[in-house]
Write a protein of this length. Structure first.
Length: 356
């Protein structure tokens, strides 16, 4: 057993069908909050307000101007809406959690998060802000939600295509946790279990989006995925998606779902131990090809070109990704290797592992 460092993160988690409806008032009440800022998307505002009905007298303001990737001007408006608030309650996907984090970053207000996708941001201390076409991320313990209420019922309305892409985004957190900079035996164990839950839940939710048990498996997998990612940090895959997302405004979850198999193939020869644990958790011999195939079977677009990216755009991000690529990525990241990886992800061809 090698020596390791594991930064366990604080946070309370309440998980279960009906948890948001039954436990949210008490969880918010535990903070003694009387002037809550509710952060939600415009589309999610109705259901979010319904959840707040039992403590409506303690909701002082609602911010529903959430935009993908948290543009700085949105962060500023959300911070203005937080004037006088004593708690931020976010109800929504990763963009909503990210907006709540932007508020906490400058105000220090505690966050109670109710996630409605499988993004996992609610258990990480990572914030992200986008200015123009450049996304900046950072880590700050103040943005880590203090309490997370996971309610699989809230994910029943997530459309199948988005459910699959978001579930594969969680899969990316698990997979990358095996070679991310602060990986350790604890984060790897959590990631492996996350892969098992996600691999079981994804096809079941695609087959029947109303399957409550499958929704619970995906949400538990997403929680484990976010927890592993929060500890291990982000590696090459996240750096690629972060640059592409910021530069071209690509949809976060689908970008992850498309790129992941290609990064897996790229790292396969440099990380045989990780590959064998990922393969065993997935129950598949070739994880890169298996995840590509799974995405295709479940309706994820094959390539980034289907998200509207032009082929010429791919070469414009090479330098930015190279500058961010972790020095200890299992396979050395060269301009040529990265170009091949990104063009394959753009075209949507099956990932090429060495033995395929
Ligand atoms: P999102 O929050 O933008 O949501 C995608 C779409 O789904 C939106 O249109 C939203 O209104 C809709 N939606 C959400 N929940 C729904 C539900 N239950 N029913 C119906 N529709 C629903 O997307 P996302 O993939 O959840 O989050 C992506 C963002 O999260 C990105 O900006 C990404 O960088 C960030 N993120 C951050 C971290 C972190 O640790 N900081 C981790 C993961 C993701």
């Amino acid at each position: 057993m090698s020596t390791f460092v594991h930064d366990a993160l604080p946070g309370r988690v309440v998980f279960g069908p009906g948890a948001a409806r039954n436990a949210l008032a008490a969880e918010v009440g535990a903070f003694g909050a009387t002037r809550v800022l509710l952060v939600t998307s415009a589309a999610g505002a109705g259901p979010a307000r319904e959840l707040c009905a039992p403590f409506a007298d303690r909701v002082a303001a609602t911010f529903s101007g959430v935009r993908p990737h948290v543009p700085v001007e949105v962060a500023e408006r959300a911070r203005a809406a937080a004037a006088g608030a004593d708690l931020v309650l976010s109800v929504g996907g990763g963009s909503t959690t990210g907006t709540a984090k932007a508020v906490a970053l400058t105000t220090g207000l505690p966050i109670v998060a109710v996630p409605t996708t499988y993004a996992g941001s609610e258990v990480t201390p990572v914030w992200g802000l986008t200015e123009g076409s450049r996304k900046t991320t950072g880590t700050d313990p103040r943005v880590l939600p203090r309490t997370v209420v996971y309610d699989p019922d809230l994910t029943l309305t997530l459309p199948p295509r988005l459910s699959v892409a978001s579930g594969l985004n969680a899969m990316a957190h698990c997979v990358e946790a095996f070679w991310a900079p602060r990986r350790n035996p604890v984060s790897s164990a959590v990631a492996a279990d996350g892969i098992r839950h996600l691999a079981a839940g994804l096809p079941a939710v695609a087959a029947d989006p109303a399957d409550g048990d499958a929704r619970a498996a995906l949400l538990l997998g997403a929680y484990l995925a976010g927890s592993a990612f929060a500890v291990a940090g982000s590696g090459l895959h996240h750096k690629i998606c972060h640059v592409l997302g910021g530069a071209f405004g690509l949809p976060h979850a689908e970008t992850h779902a498309i790129v992941l198999p290609h990064v897996l193939a790229f790292n396969a020869s440099g990380a045989p131990g990780a590959m064998s644990r990922i393969a065993s958790a997935l129950g598949q011999d070739d994880p890169a090809r298996a995840l590509h195939r799974l995405g295709r079977e479940l309706g994820v677009p094959a390539g980034l070109r289907e998200l509207g990216l032009r082929e010429a755009d791919v070469d414009t991000v090479l330098d930015d990704v190279l500058a961010l690529a972790p020095a200890d990525n299992p396979s050395p990241v060269t301009t040529g290797g990265l170009r091949t990886l990104l063009h394959a992800a753009w075209a949507g061809t099956a990932p090429a592992t060495e033995d395929s």
